[in-house]
Design a protein around this ligand. Sequence first.
Ligand code: SF4
Ligand code: SF4
Length: 446
Amino acid sequence: MTDPQSIAERMALAMRHQAEGRLAEAATLYEALVAEDERQVNARHNLGMVRLATGRIAEGIALLEEALAQDEDNPGWPASLPAIGMTLFRLGRWEQAAPWLERAAVAGTADAEALAALDRARPRDYLAPEVFVPATGEALLRYAPRESGTYVYAIDVSGLCNLRCPTCPVGNSPPGGRPRGFMEVDLFRRIVAKARAECPAEKPEVFLFSWGEPLLHPRIGELVGIVNEAGLASHLSTNLNIEHGLAEVAKANPTSIKISISGFTPETYGTTHAKGDLALVKANLYRLRHELDRFRATTRVWVGHHLYRNNQDQVPAVQAVCRELGFEHHPIAAFFQPLERLLEVAQGRGAPHPVLDLLLEHPASYVPRIKASRSGAYDCELRFNQTAINFDGTVALCCSVYDAANMLGVGFLDRTHDELEAMKYAHPFCATCRANGLDYAPADLG
Ligand code: SF4
Ligand code: SF4
């Protein structure tokens, strides 16, 4: 027969291990307690949390569900529900986080952060929960899109860039007859009006970039103004290697500006932002702050700090400048694009790309891992939640493809939303992309 005192002592020891980060030791004790006595609901709950923390998500959720079913009235649940929901949300497991966050909301223990997470994790009401794809005969599930809480139009207002980054098609792909130029202002105005009128979501967002540098557009301020006048959020992404245009942009007050930076020394920056001038970028960071203040702009500015093997030591320097200027700093592992080149690398074909050895992880390593984590049950959010439009008004299959074969070959103004959707779902490259795990979809539970 089990000694209750001994159980209490072992439980206390396991909790101490857990609190101090010795998760393997904690798990061993909790496992023994649960095996010994089915009624040890706290041990089962805590083992579930340890499983989540160590990446055994499916097991963790199963244990937590069992614990909840076993002892729904346990006074520990009100505090635990939001903690479980936020753990899963931060792990990117939004579909699994949502029920726990819902329960926390009902219990009245979801704080503002948990409620915001719940709002993002809920499926969008403008999207059908699943779609049938005639081209492949599959029924695919939709989910809450990660890139934005609403529908996105990615409009490449500048069909050219001044840099040649080796992880971007502008730097690593043959031009292949791809047209280059700036979008006409009137065309942009009509595109935004049509998007506003026919979008399934009440308020879509507009990205004024895809594979080009938007601040090169000679009338970029006017373009931002058109989006703002339509009552939609306007987002820019820039390399900041520009000699003019900052005042116009600041005056137009876009919703957000992302600044892409890789290294913070001329040598590292010049390798991964090829043809870029770091001194100009640094000067422009300060000029941008000055212009935003001058026009009292409310723009959110964030630096996307692309991490490579040769620049991780420079994170504190970029962070310090961001802090000084009031910009957000988001370090993110650099990745290789577009999808067509990534597929070649994953399949061991195509031209050699020396930059791949600078990535924190080589695509030959991470692509098979991602592919193995997917069951293929989910649709791709770049297909169901986004329309990518080139500078000449034609439509691309999605914002991650570059080659002429993956353009839809029709003008955005010449087709309805539903017609464009049908063309996307009939395009053969999506099946290839999905078969190789390159689509934008959540992983299955592991
Ligand atoms: S700055 Fe941006 S668009 Fe230009 S080459 Fe680099 S990644 Fe591509
Ligand atoms: S499945 Fe691949 S090619 Fe198709 S929309 Fe998604 S990312 Fe683009």
